[in-house]
Design a protein around this ligand. Structure first.
Ligand SMILES: [Zn+2]
Length: 176
């Protein structure tokens, strides 16, 4: 057994956050390790979801756990090659944030309910329906696999404002 290790999270803007991630076709111990590292990184941040491109790995792998601390037992889900198979016409609005866009939040409208099909790290196919915060979170993470960020849903002016703040943050961090 390998120990889990925390990975560095890329901050927007970064070309790796804008690329389409590749399908995973081998269910290896390395994949399991990567998923464990992503969970460790997500819980440590703390966040409720993380996609592999956010740690610079351009593969279709996401992890999520929308049970807030103190509100129930941890419920981590690891999804390999996740796909939205169905989305409700009904929409919901959540104030979203992103570990790659720290401390910036904005309301995004998405389908209120989705059915997602994915593979576990063991290669077993699974599917489930998600609603409420889980629905928003899983769609946000799958978007990352297609190089899409939540700020891409915002008006250009707001998006540019957030991007400029992130550029400034990155410059400050580089100097520190
Ligand atoms: Zn995100």
């Amino acid at each position: 057994m390998n120990a889990m290790s925390k990975r560095d999270i890329l901050i927007h803007p970064d070309p790796r956050l804008k690329k389409r991630a590749a399908e995973i076709d081998a269910f290896t111990p390395e994949l399991r390790q990567l998923a464990d590292d992503m969970l460790e990184t997500m819980y440590d941040a703390p966040g409720i979801g993380l996609a592999a491109p956010q740690i610079g790995v351009l593969k279709r792998l996401i992890v999520l756990d929308c049970v807030k601390e103190g509100e129930g037992d941890p419920s981590p889900i690891v999804m390999v090659n996740p796909q939205v198979m169905w989305a409700s016409d009904e929409t919901s609005v959540y104030e979203e944030g992103c570990l790659s866009i720290p401390e910036q939040y904005a309301e995004v409208t998405r389908p209120a309910e989705v059915e997602v099909r994915w593979f576990g790290v063991d290669g077993a196919e699974q599917s489930a329906r998600f609603d409420k915060l889980w629905a928003t979170c899983v769609q946000h993470e799958i978007d990352h696999l297609d190089g899409k960020l939540f700020i891409d849903y915002l008006k250009p002016l707001k998006r540019q404002m957030i991007t400029r703040k992130m550029q400034k943050l990155k410059r400050e961090r580089a100097r520190a």
